[in-house]
Design a protein around this ligand. Sequence first.
Ligand SMILES: [Ca+2]
Length: 357
Amino acid sequence: MRRVVNSPWRHIQRIIELYARIIALTSIAACGARDGRPVADTTGALVATTPLPVDMAAIPAGTFTMGAGAMGAMTMPNDDRPHTATVAAFVIDHHEVTNADFAAFVRATKHQTTAELPIPWETLQKELPPGTPRFSDDKLAPGSLIFHAPDHDVPLTDELVWWRWTKGANWQHPTGPGSDTVGLGQHPVVHVSWHDAGAYCAWAGKRLPTETEWEFAARGGLEGKTFAWGDDSITPARANVWQGTFPRRNTGQDGFVGTAPVGSFPANGYGLRDMAGNVWEWTADRFAGGMMDPQSADAPEERIIRGGSFMCHASYCTGYRVAARMHATPATSLMNTGFRCAADRRRYAVDAKPTGP
Ligand SMILES: [Ca+2]
């Protein structure tokens, strides 16, 4: 995946973005934080009372070299040059948010994801030439982007060859109508937009990690390494990525041709799973690079995603490097993109007995 925003669906994606923003903000406002609000102790100081959940890791504050050095063939166009970055102490989920996690959120909030919402014509028509006849409801039907392996070798320059807009695809129907998440409760939720991810984290009393936090966490305490485990080459035992010939054939040598249950691969130095591969993960930060000038009125707002996915193969995408960056409009939803949440460390009584399942 490179620039989904270049697809013929770009206009529609942008409209969804506008609409979904309203939905997401409404959802966040209605739900708010559930717990863990600091309370004043007898001296008036604010004290966090919520123990750190067992499925989150406490990450120390730190200063580190963020970004990628020269890595030859592994370099990707969006790589940031090495620079010094600093993070305050924070906490972050051990693993990507799962279908079971997301189902609990939907049950509690009735949240509808961007991919489940029809495209509002009143908004879409503002993007079209005056007098454009109203699209049929069929063309405005909800959907998402599904990967389809071509049956012949294709050039790696046009992702539309393997991404297909599919009506009825969403987190509950990850490979399109007729599919479901039965047996996939511990797989990462996919087909969630940046707005959906933010709404979930807010409901959980958390937030999306910043890009800097994400990379610092992915490095797992190592300095200047290419991968979450160090500089040794990626192998099928290390992460859920693509083996075989991309995009035609995934041999599944690592055990999975699609998503894997979270935590199927070894943790990094901070106890975090799947910081390389499985699904790309939304971060809070806006992307300020790429082919379009972000100051341009036509430049779509985009958000940074990190970590690569089960679709990453070195012939096309080394997104599983700790410094690799990708981006998409906030309303984009894809079969290989999910998220995890973070929070300020001060929200939790980190030294208290952990809670949770
Ligand atoms: Ca991941």
